[in-house]
Ligand binder design. Structure first.
Ligand code: PHE
Ligand code: NA
Length: 442
């Protein structure tokens, strides 16, 4: 029997879709990437630009992906083939490529979080920054890193292979509440630390001059981060919405997903910066290793730091898992819909390919940084930009009708949404793409 004969899978419960979308959104982007972007791009000033982009760009863009998925009930390649003509048909392929690139290195980083959870429980963390850095270099590349990369990828394959209801939905119903509860708990703990006051000042009071001086790097970084953190620009939300059988209020769902993702990123800052300031570690220390070196060193300095650190890194691992599932599901849904593969085979083949592609990143951190930059500032933004142009400019009435299903007559809100997509969203993505390419070429 080919998969065409089987009815398309669907979420079992109302909350299942929201949890899955939140699980996708909340990930390494919030806990690993966000704090080091804030540190690198100048603290609170970056935070403000980022928040503006989340609301003005991320929200309209997420609704576009939702309506495309629910309307077509297809994987992203099939969806774009149905909606686009000519070259537009191939935009879905960019999403597939992006999924491959991102999950390849995302899984390597997720492997580190598992390693650092074990490290805390076994030996504790090293307080000396130099030693912590040397330890990170040893643990983060080479055989150790590859084994953990393999273990993490295997977990993702298993969950995705089990299917929408019995795999993904079940997993996120456990993982997402755990992430929320532990993150809030850690922020309360961090508030009791001695460096909390200085940390809040750094994190929450913007220096506007920083924006004026560095806008060419802050703008693409903030736009890329907004897309990355909301899992936009690579078909995740198209895919997840394609499993919606019912007419829901997608605007409400989008607002919940965005609200929770932003809250978790923000609260992570309330955890990370007090810990760094208390231990006297410089938050501007850049690079992919940031939370592993500086934060681990800070944990090494605190009483019970080994325990707090292990809980922290375990949370990061859980968040990474629920996001990795969605990255793989984009490609797996394509293999099922269009190649008639059965789900478990598809997950194993695709996960195997992603594992191989990740091996270079597990050997060389410079490569990992390049993969991350390429995926985040170029691929995601490019895929997102093309989708927004297509839907905003040539499918607007279809999109408005589809968003209205489950809401009712949108009135002028529908027009406002489409115009937000047409001009500001497209413009921001275009400028971010140009600056991102220039930045990457450097
Ligand atoms: N949103 C995830 C995070 O913040 C990353 C991600 C990007 C997941 C794109 C899926 C698609 O970590
Ligand atoms: Na996120």
């Amino acid at each position: 029997m080919s998969s065409v004969d089987i009815p398309r899978e669907a979420w079992a419960t109302r909350i299942g879709f929201i949890f899955a979308a939140v699980g996708s959104a909340v990930g390494l982007g919030n806990i690993w990437r966000f704090p080091f972007q804030v540190g690198q791009e100048g603290g609170a000033a970056f935070l403000v630009i980022y928040l503006v982009f989340i609301v003005a760009v991320g929200f309209p863009a997420m609704l576009v992906e939702f309506v495309v998925g629910r309307y077509t009930e297809r994987n992203p390649v099939g969806a774009l083939r149905e909606l686009g003509s000519g070259a537009w048909q191939y935009v879905g392929w960019i999403f597939i490529a992006t999924g491959f690139v991102i999950l390849s290195y995302y899984s390597v980083v997720a492997g580190w979080t598992i390693r650092y959870t074990i490290l805390g429980l076994q030996d504790g963390y090293l307080a000396d920054a130099g030693e912590a850095e040397a330890q990170f270099v040893t643990l983060a590349s080479g055989l150790d890193a590859i084994v953990l990369h393999a273990i993490f990828m295997a977990a993702v394959i298993l969950i995705v292979g089990m299917g929408i209801q019995r795999g993904i939905e079940l997993a996120v119903k456990v993982l997402v509440p755990a992430i929320i509860v532990i993150t809030v708990g850690l922020a309360i703990y961090a508030a009791t630390l001695e460096g909390a006051g200085d940390a809040y000042a750094y994190y929450l009071s913007p220096e506007w001059s920083v924006i004026a001086e560095n806008w060419t790097s802050i703008l693409p970084a903030a736009a890329g981060q907004a897309f990355f953190t909301l899992s936009l620009g690579m078909g995740v939300m198209i895919t997840y919405a394609s499993y919606l059988g019912e007419n829901r209020n997608l605007a409400e769902d989008g607002a919940i997903v965005i609200g929770l993702d932003t809250a978790i990123a923000f609260v992570t800052g309330l955890i990370v910066f007090p810990i760094l300031f208390t231990a006297g570690v410089d938050p501007a220390d850049p690079g992919a290793g940031a939370i592993f070196v500086s934060l681990a060193a800070a944990f090494g300095d605190l009483t019970f730091g080994w325990l707090i650190g292990a809980v922290f890194f375990a949370t990061v691992a859980i968040a990474a898992l629920s996001s990795a599932i969605s990255l793989m599901e984009v490609v797996v849904s394509y293999a099922i819909d269009e190649r008639n593969l059965d789900r478990m085979t598809a997950a194993a083949l695709i996960g195997g390919g992603m594992f191989l592609l990740g091996i270079p990143s597990a050997y060389d951190l410079v490569l990992l940084d390049l993969f991350d930059l390429f995926a985040d500032q170029i691929l995601l933004v490019l895929g997102g930009l093309l989708l927004m142009i297509l839907v905003g400019w040539s499918l607007s009435s279809l999109a408005i009708d589809e968003l209205g299903r489950g809401i009712g007559d949108l009135g002028s809100y529908g027009t406002a949404w489409i115009w937000a997509v047409r001009i500001p969203v497209v413009l921001v993505l275009f400028v971010a793409l140009v600056l991102g390419v220039l930045d990457y070429a450097e």
